[in-house]
Write a protein that binds this ligand. Structure first.
Ligand code: KIV
Ligand code: ZN
Length: 513
């Protein structure tokens, strides 16, 4: 960290705004893995979820709050009384709880979405912030769609929120509409007109025009001292401002900003991979800071420069963000200690029992393949340890698939269910199709396959196959991942996992399958 810099607090909302993004659906165990890694990254505040939005979210916030003790844990709440009490209840065991309450202040949101007058909105702010402040002294207020709101009204809203007890005031560019110069000026004016001692100004920028990070940095220049962001820029629509880009912007150009964060930047690469793996959202290769090509130099002239002096073409070092350059491989001579270190380096924090199960599977894998890559480890940890739903309705017992140029692909699947093995067979237009049709015959309901992806964990021929599926049933959605040296087994495991997760999601939402 640069000396004599102002500290900018980092508020991570990967588990709330990031998870809200279409297609993402994390279970509580996965959220805890991410929260623990965010703690190692040294973020100041983790927004763990929106407790009133579903029993699953409530439970996730409650568990993150009781297990992750160093950062502040925030829960989101609308201004409704029941939202605020739900957030307070979910955060009851947190060592440092924060209630983050919000309401829209732009004319379009007030008229069409809230159907409230500006005075109604002010009344909501007053009662919500007062109630939240009676539960915790750490209250944040956000004026949703602030960047399209009238500045005089905003100043009135923030002034009122401060009077009622809010200590962090957030200025969101909810729809990613702002331009950096304009947003910087806007924030400067609000801060100048509404600031009070002890109050922290925050920004929360979406990326609809690709300007989330630029707008955030412009606001820091104008006095914002909290930035809201997500790992890999996950989030609604085009996402939120990406944490790794904001933080490295501040760190690399602290001369320009006179501000820096407390983030342990060497954990960025592993955190990005962890989040990408758990959410199933890949990181584009040329993504700044954490893309696999972010530090790759292809052009001969660049390579020459790098060899003479890395600073010719690198404004920060790969080491500073934990980019490993190449994957390290473990093999059958690697012991439990080396394996445990690798797992931790990849960003996973396992209990002793989980580590024992993982190490056992690692040894089995070493008998099947010579080198076990980081990608292999990540894939099987996800499949066998992290994603596992506590209550498992179905378990894959056996499968056999026949393919060839002669006949139609056929699959026979055996699943165990309530201590009973059930076998069904089906024909399909490919082996995966046949396997999925056989599983559907076993199930008592018919989920729809809404996404199916398959990839290899490395470029080598003996890489693991990793499958990722998303199933939908009624308005429920669940993802499942499977990893195996046999690609068909990986796809079947992913499907069965998604079925198990559909059941848990249904139970949490009190929906009958
Ligand atoms: O984008 C937004 O305005 C939000 C608020 C709840 C802070 O996510
Ligand atoms: Zn948002």
């Amino acid at each position: 960290m640069a000396e004599s810099c102002d500290i900018v607090k980092v508020f991570d909302t990967t588990l709330r705004d990031g998870e809200q993004a279409a297609r993402i659906n994390l279970n509580t165990g996965e959220k805890i893995q991410i929260a623990r890694q965010l703690e190692r990254l040294n973020v100041d505040i983790i927004e763990a979820g929106f407790p009133a939005s579903s029993p699953g979210d409530f439970d996730a916030v409650r568990q993150v709050a009781s297990e992750v003790r160093t950062p502040i844990i925030a829960g989101l709440a609308r201004t409704k009384e029941s939202d605020i009490t739900a957030a307070g209840e979910a955060l009851r065991t947190a060592s440092r709880p924060r209630i983050h309450t919000f309401i829209a202040t732009s004319p379009i949101h007030m008229e069409y979405k809230l159907k409230m007058s500006p005075d109604d909105v002010l009344r909501e702010i007053e009662s919500a912030v007062r109630l939240a402040s009676s539960i915790t002294d750490d209250v944040e207020f956000s004026a949703e769609d602030a960047s399209r709101s009238d500045i005089d009204f905003l100043v009135e809203a923030y002034t009122l929120a401060i009077e009622c007890g809010a200590r962090t005031l957030n200025i969101p560019d909810t729809v990613g509409y702002a331009m950096p110069n304009e947003f910087g000026e806007f924030c400067r004016n609000i801060i100048r007109r509404a600031a009070k001692p002890g109050v922290v100004w925050s920004v929360h920028c979406h990326n609809d025009l690709g300007l989330g990070v630029a707008n955030t940095l412009a606001a820091v220049r104008s006095g914002a001292r909290q930035v809201e962001c997500t790992i890999n820029g996950l989030g609604e629509r085009a996402g939120n401002a990406s944490m790794e880009e904001i933080v490295m912007g501040l760190r690399t150009r602290s001369d320009h900003f006179g501000a820096d964060t407390r983030i342990e930047t060497t954990k960025f690469f592993s955190t990005s991979k962890l989040v990408s793996h758990l959410t199933g959202v890949p990181v584009q290769p040329n993504k700044a800071i954490v893309g696999v090509n972010a530090f790759a130099h292809e052009a001969g002239i660049h390579q020459h420069g790098i060899l003479c002096n890395r600073a010719t073409y690198e404004i920060m070092t790969p080491e500073s963000v934990g980019s490993p350059g190449t994957d390290l491989h473990l093999g059958k001579h690697s012991g439990r200690h080396a394996f445990a270190e690798r797992v931790e380096h990849l960003g996973y924090q396992l209990t002793g029992d989980q580590l024992s199960v993982a190490f056992e599977y690692f040894k089995i894998l070493c008998d099947k393949k010579k080198d076990v890559s980081d990608g292999d480890i990540e894939a099987f940890l996800m499949d066998r340890i992290i994603q596992a739903t506590p209550e498992r309705r179905y378990e894959l017992r056996d499968y056999a698939v026949t393919v060839g140029s002669g006949g139609k692909p056929t699959a026979s699947i055996t699943l165990s269910h309530k201590d009973q093995d059930i076998t069904e067979a089906a024909v399909g237009n490919g082996p995966v199709d046949a396997a999925y049709k056989a599983i559907l015959k076993i199930l008592s309901f018919a989920p729809e396959l809404s996404e199916f992806k398959i990839r290899a964990t490395s470029e080598l021929a003996d890489a693991l196959g990793e499958a990722h599926v998303i199933l939908r049933y009624k308005d429920l959605k669940a993802q499942g991942r499977g990893a195996s040296t046999d690609i068909i087994e990986a796809t079947i495991r992913a499907y069965v996992e998604a079925v198990n997760r559909l059941y848990s999601t249904a139970a949490a939402r009190e929906v009958t399958i």
